[in-house]
Design a protein around this ligand. Structure first.
Ligand code: DOR
Ligand code: ZN
Length: 474
């Protein structure tokens, strides 16, 4: 029997606060030692990370694998293969599946379903469906959801609860977007759990009026979509959310923030000391309206990618800590579904596999440091969702999850090489420098130099019960 399951030699270890050269000794899936020395004892597996950075396992907290439900678009086996290929050791699966994760029975069913397919570790979101499941929220917390998701402003199908992407009030079999009173009740209920309430922030009433106006003028260009779903729609919902959260005592998280106005609203609330956090996604950091002509309908996401000025303000939000998490909002649809006019196609694109290379390329471009990547994609989300230091750290005794990256390695994103089931991406043909070269989950190498070398070993991760309140204002 070897003394060590796996030893990673000579890497530059970069976490949010530190960067130092050391060897990592792994035993039983846990970090046994982090040291400059060579420890005695044989190793079953050895990795030489000389010249490379070793980051705490990078995570993607916002993934829609459509499983069960719309598995023609994606499934969990493929999304987690894509995750592993892209340097991600842990994903949080969104609850808008069919059936959704709306009560404890469906939570358990979903864990059984995903556990057979998981190529990386996973956490599970619970969904908020107003009065339809308000009494299920506390039991979902007790069972181990990572947080609660509320698709504010969305109508849902009354039978399957799937999102209605292009809602109008004349549609049948649809539950319209919830009224503010019902929303407040959800905030109050989630507050009892101490977990995060994560909101999609778009005001449907504004969107209805503005969409009607731009469509009546006959427009179908990309700017028309932004005018129909402007930054004002994001900002007003964030502001209402902030007021509700303060009143109800909820830990509020703003999902996929897209605009300068949204960043300002979050920054102001943080300055007042309120328990609010925000994330953004690579498509908002690396795309703007100017890219639509080249990219086409793949670029349609909700909330929509906005203007260059918004992109710049998102980067400022990252620089000053207003935005503390970057995740992909991996939301695949089939090529056929995405082929059509902007008013009728669904919103969403693949992202779990391309996020880390895009962020590493940004490091090479001087937009970020490697330590900020470790913070935004690992330590910050781990703290926010109460799984730190088990995930997101180099602490001995915690899970041996690592992403090894080579900042010198050139890459080209080619959609046909993506591991997802459907391969809709706005980044086809993107060339950059800086790529993940190994994905290691609890000591086991899942991806090495782009090849998947072990499958279906992912496990459910549950958060700590007590929130890390001192971290509430990350
Ligand atoms: O673009 C999006 N796609 N935004 C969302 O909020 C949902 C997601 C999906 O599930 O397709
Ligand atoms: Zn999403």
């Amino acid at each position: 029997m070897a003394e060590w399951d796996h030893v990673i030699y000579n890497g530059k270890l970069a976490d949010a606060n530190d960067c130092f050269e050391a060897n990592i000794y792994i035993k039983d899936g846990k970090i046994a030692a982090v040291t400059e020395e060579i420890l005695p004892g044989a190793a079953q597996e050895e990795t030489d990370a000389r010249g490379q950075y070793v980051l705490p396992g990078l995570m993607d907290t916002h993934v829609h694998s459509r499983d069960p439900g719309s598995t023609r678009k994606e499934d969990f086996y493929h999304s987690t293969l894509a995750a592993a290929a892209g340097g991600i050791t842990l994903v949080f699966e969104m609850p808008n599946t069919n059936p959704p994760v709306n009560h404890v029975d469906n939570f358990h069913k979903q864990v059984r379903n995903l556990s057979q397919k998981a190529n990386v570790d996973f956490g599970l979101w619970g969904i908020c469906l107003g009065d339809l499941n308000i009494d299920d929220l506390f039991p979902l917390y007790e069972t181990g959801v990572i947080g609660f998701k509320f698709f504010w402003g969305y109508a849902v199908n009354s039978k399957t609860f799937e999102l209605v992407y292009n809602y109008n009030p004349d549609m049948e079999d649809v539950i319209p977007p919830f009224q503010d009173g019902d929303v407040y009740k959800m905030f109050r209920e989630v507050a009892k759990t101490g977990k995060i309430l994560a909101i999609h922030a778009e005001n449907n009433e504004l969107i209805q009026i503005l969409t009607g106006e731009v469509r009546a003028s006959g427009r179908g260009d990309y700017e028309a979509l932004i005018e129909a779903r402007p930054d004002l729609a994001e900002k007003t919902t964030i502001q209402t959310g902030i007021s509700f959260a303060k009143h109800a005592g909820t830990r509020l998280h703003i999902l996929h923030i897209t605009s300068g106005a949204g960043v300002d609203a979050v920054r102001d609330a943080k300055e007042r000391g309120e328990a609010i956090t925000a994330e953004t996604c690579p498509h908002f950091l690396f795309l703007s309206n100017e890219d639509y002509e080249r990219v086409g309908p793949a670029m349609k996401v909700y909330p929509p990618v906005k203007y260059k000025k918004d992109q710049d303000e998102l980067w400022e939000g990252i620089a000053d800590g207003t935005i503390s998490v970057v995740c992909s909002d991996h939301a695949p649809h089939t090529e056929d579904e995405k082929d059509g006019d902007l008013w009728s196609i669904p919103a969403g694109m693949c992202g779990v596999e391309t996020m880390v290379p895009l962020m590493l390329n940004a490091v090479n471009e001087g937009k970020l440091t490697i330590q900020q990547v470790a913070a935004l994609l690992s330590e910050n989300p781990a703290r926010l969702y109460d799984i730190y230091p088990r995930k997101g750290s180099f602490h001995p005794g915690t899970d041996a999850d690592f992403t090894i990256v080579d900042l010198e390695q050139p890459f080209e994103i080619k959609k046909e090489h993506l591991h997802s089931k459907s391969k809709v991406t706005a980044f086809d043909g993107f060339k950059g420098k800086g790529a993940p070269v190994a994905t290691i989950v609890r000591g086991q190498t899942i991806m090495k130099n782009g090849d998947i070398i072990s499958e279906r070993n992912g496990c459910l991760v549950k958060p700590l019960k007590a929130p890390l309140f001192e971290d509430a204002n990350l």
